[in-house]
Design a protein around this ligand. Structure first.
Ligand SMILES: Cc1cc2nc3c(=O)[nH]c(=O)nc-3n(C[C@H](O)[C@H](O)[C@H](O)COP(=O)(O)OP(=O)(O)OC[C@H]3O[C@@H](n4cnc5c(N)ncnc54)[C@H](O)[C@@H]3O)c2cc1C
Length: 432
């Protein structure tokens, strides 16, 4: 079992900032992340030139992390955690699966967020992607050059994704934002307090100057061509409907926090988010939380919260960061209000629309059940490989159900990992 004074889960901006601050102040820090490289969602394999401010921020953060002496272990997915001080990870290698155990004195949860998907007829067709998902594929080398793409859903991520895809040679035919201009206007007006975000927004818009940005519009159906792949989308503004031809649809409804580990540990929640104090401490005295699981508020919030958590773990003062943290929290609150989901999105699925993609459960089979547990027992909804990460937030939106409990392992792990956890030297289990 490896030991860390401070164990950080997640090597996105929040985890990087937390690990750096704790290690710079003398703590032995280990960072665990399930991706092959550090950086999280926003800094994943960035291809932008080093003159770009966002990329420069990434390089500064990575350099400081490296100098701090914190140890980053990539390719480790945390599937179980106990507040008494242990965490188990699964690493998939070419020679099999490796399970490792880590012991911590203090734990920082910096597990970020994922996209929210809402089911609509045709959303499982080839050619329909999550907005951030398509961006991640492009960052990984997938080419969208010359492809006609509709970007739809809600949230500031849509503009960031559309700009990125356009930069990669895609033709963005429209950006469809479900929130109305009336909701977006006060949010946009408030951005003068965050000039960097204003500049970033203007930069994205500049790259999309030929592309219409339609507020108050959403996709009601993805239509297949003769080859059973996407050919067009049906769009509405609530009054009119029309068809937009496209090769790809990138569609995501803002973000949902990755809070499974916090729930497993028994942290207290404030609605969907982990409850924290001004030191980013959760209801458990040795567990801290930074970034998106504590509230969706963007990159700057993740960085400042991570730094506060790292300093608090090392017993250092973080008073000078509190004003910045409060401003970023307020930005997050305004963003949540502006991009709140409209009620019409609940009536998008038809009876035969698949809701749980892992277990092929259509919407009609979910109706008439009392809640998550009942539906799970009767339909296997949420019991596939993603363990409800995709269908869970969708069902909460559609039917108002929330999972009542969470269990380890958080995702499927080879059974042998549990049978022989101490079988090999160094408590590391190699499984063929
Ligand atoms: C798909 C996607 C794309 C995005 N693209 C942009 C963009 O282009 N521009 C922008 O401004 N914002 C973007 N965002 C928002 C951005 O991620 C946040 O604003 C902010 O940077 C989050 O930082 P974070 O450190 O809290 O989380 P993240 O950057 O998400 O980092 C969390 C890390 O924890 C890891 N992790 C989670 N669970 C586990 C586990 N069980 N075991 C091990 N590791 C785990 C994740 O893989 C990830 O590497 C995107 C978000 C998403 C979900």
């Amino acid at each position: 079992m490896r030991h860390a004074e401070v164990l950080v889960i997640g090597a996105g901006p929040a985890g990087i900032a937390a690990a750096t601050a704790a290690a710079e102040n003398g703590c032995k820090v280990i960072v665990l992340d399930d991706n092959v490289t550090a950086g999280g969602q926003i800094w994943r394999g960035a291809t932008v030139s080093s003159a770009n401010t966002q990329d420069a921020a990434k390089h500064r953060a990575m350099e400081r992390l490296q100098r701090s002496g914190a140890q980053v272990l990539n390719g480790r997915s945390v599937f179980s955690a106990e507040a008494s001080g242990t965490v188990q990870t699964l690493q998939e290698t070419t020679s099999g699966s490796v399970v490792e155990q880590f012991h911590f004195e203090k734990l920082v949860l910096a597990t970020g967020a994922r996209e929210r998907f809402l089911p609509f007829p045709g959303w499982t067709l080839p050619g329909v992607f999550g907005a951030g998902g398509l961006q991640a594929l492009v960052k990984g080398g997938y080419s969208v050059a010359g492809k006609k793409i509709v970007v739809a859903g809600t949230g500031p991520l849509l503009l960031a994704v559309a700009a990125h895809l356009a930069e990669d040679g895609a033709v963005i035919s429209s950006v469809l934002e479900q929130a109305t201009f009336a909701k977006l206007a006060p949010f946009a007006a408030s951005l003068w307090t965050h000039p960097a975000k204003l500049v970033q927004g203007a930069r994205f818009r500049g790259k999309l100057w030929k592309t219409p940005y339609r507020a108050g519009c959403w996709v009601i159906e993805a239509i297949a061509g003769s080859g059973q792949t996407l050919e067009a989308v049906r769009v509405t503004d609530g009054t009119r409907t029309w068809t937009e031809p496209c090769d790809l649809l990138a569609c995501g409804y803002h973000l949902v926090p990755n809070t499974e580990i916090a729930a497993l540990l028994g942290c207290t929640f404030r609605e969907s988010f982990v409850q924290i104090d001004s030191a980013q401490r959760t209801s458990l005295p040795n567990v801290f939380c930074a970034g998106e699981p504590a509230g969706i508020a963007g990159l700057e919030a993740a960085l400042v919260q991570g730094e506060i958590a790292g300093l608090a773990c090392a017993g250092c003062s973080h008073a000078s960061l509190q004003r910045r943290a409060a401003a970023e929290r307020a930005f997050g609150d305004r963003m949540e209000k502006a991009f709140a989901l409209r009620a019409e999105l609940r009536s998008l699925p038809r009876p035969d629309t698949i809701v749980c993609r892992c277990e092929d459960v259509p919407f009609a089979r979910l109706q008439g059940h009392q809640g998550w547990t009942d539906a799970k027992l009767q339909t296997r909804c949420g019991m596939g490989p993603c363990q409800g990460r995709i269908c869970g937030p969708a069902i909460e939106q559609l039917l108002g159900w929330r999972p009542v409990s969470i269990r380890q392992p958080l995702f499927p792990v080879p059974l042998q990992a549990f049978c022989f956890p101490d079988a090999s030297e160094n408590n590391t289990t190699e499984i063929d």
